[in-house]
Design a binder for this molecule. Structure first.
Ligand code: ADP
Ligand code: MG
Length: 731
């Protein structure tokens, strides 16, 4: 029961955990016994399906055929039997609409049996196709509200799974979501299309090098690291800004926050560790291969990273991970905060998107291998990424744009809004060699002698890492670090797949033209080197190995002609350029209409989030901060009166009072200024975005400044909401 004292309750919750952890009970289930127990994966299909039906599913997964209605019927029955054995009562087509969240509409697995009872049933058509009412999902003008039809279509490449809670278990069938006209209304459909486009072009490159033998497919792989904050729920509910905006709109950092770097990789607090263990157990059951957990830089900030998987599955798993994170946090009295910048003044959260290319035979095409200078195929894939990121830096920036990520990008702990590539010493040296002819050496890292006889010599990488780059090569993959922590990773990967497909296409076309059917590998390598040399000359401006946080990088980037799109309002117009339209159309990832609808949806989301924040902020300033400040002012005024009443000089106190009166006046003025600008007039969407950027955001910053100044002055007892020192440290 609430005592009306959120701080007291948060302290009690924290202490309870400290004492619980003393009576150590480290019983847990063996991971190998529970892993994927709630997933209808290939292993279970092989066990439960007749041989030819199983083969039919595998053919569909490997895009070698389409399922017949009879096969669908058999699969649906096997899936249903498995699901009810595991306690499911309902099923849902699970999809990822443009809200960036997941959607589900549960239907019961039972139907009347014709003699007064019920029987369990899932038909083949129920498995393959659904028809949720699409009218309340964002469509960006793709359909009017009265045209409500939308369809979901089973994605057999991503396995069905069971989501369960205290008294429910629901079979979730991953699906794509399209309109009545077949236009994509979700994040999965274009992702799957981009995977097809990438595969087609990558296979051409393998053919050129004669390395396609036994390879049936090439796809991108994805490992997405998720950063997040945990806040005690008692405190969370006492902060209307966290509840409605996911971030604090006011607040000052306490004297000690992250300066001592004592949180990063520090020992994980018991309550948090207990939460992580349960969170991971749920993920293991759902087949999500979680690997890493640790404290992040800011107090109260953590990270979880699963092992990489094929991109489609990794994207579904990311969505499951975010849902599970929020659910399980609640059980431990935490609110899981995924916002990119919940607290001003300490680090924000990202979702580092590790991306590589792999054949179905398990070869990572971005693995440089030992003698990299002889690995022309690797250099080809590397150069394709360089070209893609240079040509489409503005698109990549637009891809990760949003009101919340705006607070993080460009701030000094996060990648800047300028997109560039970090390659490191070894690859940069190789690129330089390629530019001037035939590469003949690979820089080596050598060994590190630690100077103590008992310590082993360490194998050193050929270059250091760069934590400041938005798009960094990290050994055998690229890490797109600018992706925000709230983002669905499906869209960024759709874009990366497509732009790389375009560059592979360009390179393959150029090589094929000159090489023809000649299979002489020396001649081929010569042609390839020539193509890559030209490509490097044209696109090397995107490579930057220095400190991306440094101020002079902004100037240098401008000289190099790299865009610096600081806000969402600056970034989104890239989605409307003819370059981008042609790209998506050519590779059949998004039609012009589908792209326009996306651009509209992203812009509307930006506008709506900023409007909500502005309204919430004005309300908090009026109904919480103002009354507290006035009470404090009255207390001081009374003290001045009482002091002077007994004939004692109170000029110091009087000065304090005068300052306070001025601040309260300032608060009132700035609330009014925000109130005046926060209503957005009707108009063209992009104009409204600019209005948000130019009018509302500055008015909010100005109001925050005075609100925060008051927090530093008003008596702590009177301050009407939990402060950062409580939010960041109670756990
Ligand atoms: P970091 O030191 O960068 O924080 P982490 O171990 O936290 O490293 O995360 C690295 C991520 O990169 C993991 O999700 C890992 O599975 C992923 N990864 C490793 N190799 C590949 C690859 N070939 N393709 C995609 N992701 C990869
Ligand atoms: Mg990490």
């Amino acid at each position: 029961m609430s005592t009306g004292d959120p701080h007291g309750e948060a302290v009690a919750a924290s202490s309870r955990w400290q004492s619980l952890s003393a009576g150590l009970d480290s019983s847990h289930k063996r991971i190998d016994e529970i892993f994927a127990c709630d997933v209808f994966d290939q292993r279970k299909m092989r066990e439960r399906l007749p041989k030819n039906t199983f083969q039919a599913v595998m053919n569909t997964i490997e895009s070698k055929g389409k399922l017949s209605t009879d096969d669908a019927e058999v699969i649906a029955t096997a899936m249903k039997d498995w699901a009810i054995e595991r306690g499911s009562t309902h099923y849902t087509h699970w999809f990822q609409p443009m809200t960036g969240l997941t959607a589900e509409k549960h239907d019961s697995l039972v139907t009347p049996d014709g003699s007064g009872g019920v029987m369990y049933r899932l038909s083949g058509s129920n498995l393959i196709q659904g028809e949720p009412d699409a009218s309340s999902f964002p469509s960006g003008g793709l359909r009017a509200t009265f045209e409500a039809r939308g369809y979901t279509a089973w994605d057999p490449t991503s396995p069905a799974f069971i989501v369960r809670g205290k008294n429910y278990a629901t079979l979730c069938i991953p699906t794509a979501f399209v309109s009545w006209n077949g236009e994509a209304l979700d994040k999965k459909t274009p992702l799957l299309r981009s995977i097809d486009a990438l595969e087609k072009q990558a296979m051409r490159i393998l053919k050129i090098f004669g390395t396609d033998f036994g390879v049936h497919s090439v796809g991108s792989t994805l490992g997405a690291e998720q950063e997040y904050f945990l806040v005690d729920r008692n405190l969370y509910f006492a902060r209307p800004d966290l509840v409605s905006c996911g971030r604090t709109l006011f607040g000052i950092v306490p004297p000690k926050h992250q300066q001592l770097d004592d949180h990063y990789f520090g020992s994980i607090p018991p309550r948090v560790n207990a939460f992580m263990a349960e969170f991971e157990e749920e993920l293991f059951k759902l087949g999500v291969p979680v690997q890493t957990r640790h404290n992040e830089v800011a107090p109260g900030q953590y990270e979880i990273a699963p092992l990489f998987e094929s991109t489609n599955i990794a994207c579904d798993h990311q969505a499951i991970l975010m849902d599970t994170l929020k659910k399980v946090a609640g059980r431990f009295g935490f609110f899981a905060c995924l916002h990119e910048k919940p607290f001003a003044g300490v680090n924000g959260s990202g979702k580092h998107n590790n991306w590589a290319l792999s054949t179905d035979t398990g070869v990572n095409l971005l693995d440089p291998q030992d003698e990299t200078h002889t690995n022309t195929q690797f250099m080809t894939f590397l150069c394709a990424v360089i070209r893609a990121v240079h040509i489409h830096g503005d698109l990549l920036r637009a891809t990760i744009a949003g009101a919340s990520n705006d607070h993080r990008l460009g701030a000094n702990e996060a990648p800047p809004a300028i997109i560039s590539i970090f390659l490191g010493d070894m690859l940069t040296d190789l690129i330089d060699q390629l530019e001037s002819g035939k590469p003949n050496r690979t820089l080596k890292g050598g060994e590190l002698d630690l100077g103590a006889r008992t310590l082993p010599a360490l194998k050193r990488d050929s270059g250091d890492r760069n934590r400041t780059s938005p798009f960094a090569f990290t050994g055998n993959r690229f890490e797109f670090r600018a992706v925000g922590s709230t983002a669905s990773v499906a869209w960024p990967n759709t874009v990366i797949n497509t732009i790389v497909a375009e560059s592979l296409d360009y390179i393959a076309t150029n090589i094929e033209k000159s090489v023809g059917d000649d299979t002489n590998s020396e001649k081929r390598d010569q042609v390839v080197r020539k193509v890559l040399e030209g490509l490097i000359k044209e696109h090397k401006a995107i490579i930057f190995n220095g400190d991306n946080y440094a101020a002079d990088w902004q100037d240098e980037a401008a000289e190099r002609g790299l865009p610096n799109l600081k806000t969402t309002a600056d970034a989104l117009p890239a989605l409307q350029s003819s370059k981008v339209k042609t790209l998506f159309k050519k590779y059949k990832v998004l039609s012009n209409t589908e792209l326009e609808s996306r651009s509209e949806i992203f812009a509307e989301k930006y506008i709506t989030e900023i409007s909500i924040e502005a309204e919430q902020m004005a309300a908090m300033a009026k109904t919480m901060i103002m009354p507290a400040a006035i009470k404090h002012q009255r207390n001081i005024a009374e003290a001045v009166g009482a002091t002077e009443g007994v004939g004692v000089d109170s000029s110091v106190l009087r000065g304090e009072l005068e300052d306070l009166v001025e601040m309260v006046g300032e608060l009132k003025d700035r609330i009014e200024s925000l109130e005046q600008v926060r209503i957005i007039a009707d108009g063209q969407t992009m104009m409204k975005c600019e209005y948000c950027r130019d009018q509302i955001v500055p008015a909010m910053e100005s109001l925050r400044e005075i609100g925060d100044r008051l927090e530093a002055h008003v008596e702590a007892e009177l301050w009407p909401m939990p402060v950062y020192s409580q939010l960041l440290t109670l756990r």
